[in-house]
Design a protein around this ligand. Structure first.
Ligand SMILES: [Zn+2]
Length: 399
């Protein structure tokens, strides 16, 4: 069976798991649906004659039992956002599996493990890459206790209930880490390239900003006597856009993704508005300028409008540079194979970034249709996954 047909078959097995009526997928981290995804991939690996084990945080590793020495990880995740797509994360896991299967079939002495990392998506608890952060020393137990879902259940409680450790042992003996991922942007498609080699990964600062004013009758309260929290919030949302645009040349971006307005009814002046803000960049100083401008502006708006303003940073991780040697080697490999490519930064975060303190990390992007991701419209060509695998495979064989 060709690599293409095999990958199509594997995607077909996973396609029905966590599928919604509209065709999108909801495979949230540390849920039964994520478990089913992992079980399905483990099932495929069993058929390929491979072995697997789970670590204390619930991450799964597939391998061929080749010794206890240093090994290469090819990893990604199987969870999705609510109403996400089928390619985010899954592409990287199946790419790893394809490569490991080849190694096993050809009885090569190349120690590789496929890593499936838990809860990469932050959409419910606000913390991304939980599984990979925990085993690389990038996440404190206290943060898991603080992070809770809309039902006020903490991530700590969920993990403990499922029998996982919230302070697991660190991962050891890593030689190098690779991840293949859909780009989740439009750059490769616009340039007509099948492959990107990632140079650096942007990281977010996430913050809550809450404006509190007076909740009043919308008919009986004259315009000059109002303390409308939503109008203050609106002013900040547009200012945030400006601060982001000012850093365009440094590739920082700023988004207000959440607006929770109270009481959110026709006939009441809003009394409390909570904004969830995400500011990202590959240049830490540029990103910090956006954060500080936002904090200052929020305080100024509150002062001007007689509102109360509370600001808290929920999470903050550092942008990372990926291994330059590996970038060069992957570029050379692609060149040798005649695969057009470019070196590019990643605007989205990935499990890969948390391994950079432990070993050299290389990352490969493949295009996704119109750059759409975290949506049912998310689509990548399996042929491009095969192309990415060719580069990784050749690199592993010749390095
Ligand atoms: Zn992903």
């Amino acid at each position: 069976m060709s690599d293409l047909t095999l990958l199509e078959k594997w995607f077909g097995i996973l396609d029905t798991i966590g599928i919604n009526e509209d065709g999108s997928t909801s495979r949230l981290g540390y849920t039964d649906t994520e478990d089913k995804m992992i079980e399905a991939v483990v099932g495929i690996s069993d058929e390929c004659g491979l072995k697997h084990y789970k670590d204390e945080a619930g991450n799964t590793f597939i391998h061929n039992g080749s010794g206890d020495g240093d090994y290469t990880i090819i990893g990604s995740h199987l969870d999705s956002v609510v109403q996400g797509g089928k390619f985010d994360g899954v592409s990287g896991v199946l790419a790893g599996l394809l490569i490991l299967k080849k190694i096993e079939e050809q009885k090569l002495n190349i120690p590789v493990k496929v890593g499936i990392f838990r809860m990469e998506e932050s959409s419910v608890f606000g913390i991304a890459s939980v599984g990979s952060k925990l085993i690389t020393g990038n996440l404190e137990e206290a943060s898991l206790k603080k992070a809770s879902n809309p039902e006020s259940v903490s991530l700590y409680d969920i993990m403990t209930k499922r029998g996982y450790s919230t302070s697991p042992a660190m991962i050891k003996n890593l030689k190098q880490y690779f991840e293949l991922h859909i780009e989740q942007g439009r750059v490769l498609e616009a340039k007509g390239l099948p492959l990107g080699i990632v140079s650096s990964i942007a990281a977010p600062v996430r913050m809550w900003i809450k404006f509190t004013g007076n909740q009043d009758h919308s008919g009986a309260t004259p315009m000059d006597l109002r303390k409308d929290s939503l109008v203050g919030a609106a002013e900040l949302i547009t200012a945030l856009e400006t601060f982001g645009k000012e850093e365009l040349s440094n590739a920082s971006v700023a988004t207000t993704g959440i607006v929770r307005n109270t009481p959110n009814v026709f006939n009441v002046v809003p009394g409390e508005t909570l904004l969830g803000i995400d500011i990202r960049g590959i240049d830490k100083e540029s990103r910090e300028r956006v954060v500080q401008n936002t904090e200052k502006k929020a305080a100024a708006i509150a002062e001007k409008r007689g509102l109360k303003c509370d600001i808290s940073r929920v999470s903050q991780s550092d942008p990372v540079k990926l291994d330059e040697e590996l970038q060069k080697k992957l570029s050379k490999t692609a060149e040798k194979l005649g695969i057009p490519h470019m070196v590019m930064p990643s605007g989205a975060g990935h499990d890969a970034m948390f391994f950079t303190k432990l070993c050299p990390v290389g990352m490969i992007f493949i295009p996704c249709k119109e750059g759409i991701s975290h949506s049912k419209e998310e689509h990548a060509e399996i042929e491009d996954i095969v192309t990415g695998c060719k580069v990784l495979w050749d690199y592993l064989l010749t390095s």
